[in-house]
Design a protein around this ligand. Structure first.
Ligand code: ZN
Length: 168
């Protein structure tokens, strides 16, 4: 997305109104207009980067220092029992605005202790599969013949399951 049409660039330059809660030379933070909880804050770099992977290390480190700072401020201000920090890259991950951003979300015991990992179903993987994945991550590449998509993992696990009912 071009920077001129980017919503978060607009907020960073003041052209688009937002409920700003923090600003320094490189970072700006403001309330999410669709809060998951009261105090849900977005922390973004003023400079346009599409994803975290596009950011130079130094800029990413600087941004995360601001995320930590905001996490503390939001937790104190909202008298929260916990804080979730979320960050998604790419459409598949659910990134809606193509300008890197961190979600800082206050959490409360009365909503139940549900982690961000509660969003996705647990995938059943055997030790061999886990070794393949670990090796692929270390090397930065999975061999083409060993591609493991979530659907493939679920299917292979079901076929290996002795209790698998063929009538299903
Ligand atoms: Zn932008």
């Amino acid at each position: 997305m071009a920077e001129e049409k980017c919503l978060f660039c607009g907020i960073a330059t003041g052209k688009v109104p937002a409920k700003k809660v923090y600003e320094d030379a490189k970072t700006i933070a403001f309330l999410d207009i669709n809060p998951r909880n009261p105090g849900h804050t977005l922390v973004v770099p003023k400079k346009h980067y599409e994803t975290l992977l596009d950011m130079p290390d130094k800029e990413a480190v600087n941004l995360f220092a601001s995320v930590k700072k905001l996490a503390g401020q939001v937790m104190t201000a909202m008298k929260a029992d916990g804080i979730s920090i979320g960050q998604s890259n790419g459409v598949a991950a659910g990134q809606l605005v193509q300008h890197v951003h961190f979600h800082v979300i206050p959490r409360f015991m009365n909503e139940g202790p549900i982690g961000l990992e509660g969003i996705l179903q647990v995938k059943k993987m055997d030790d061999k599969m886990l070794d393949q994945v670990a090796n692929a991550i270390k090397k930065g590449k999975m061999p083409a013949s060993k591609q493991l998509t979530p659907e493939k993992i679920v299917r292979e696990s079901a076929m290996e399951d002795e209790d698998f009912d063929l009538d299903i």
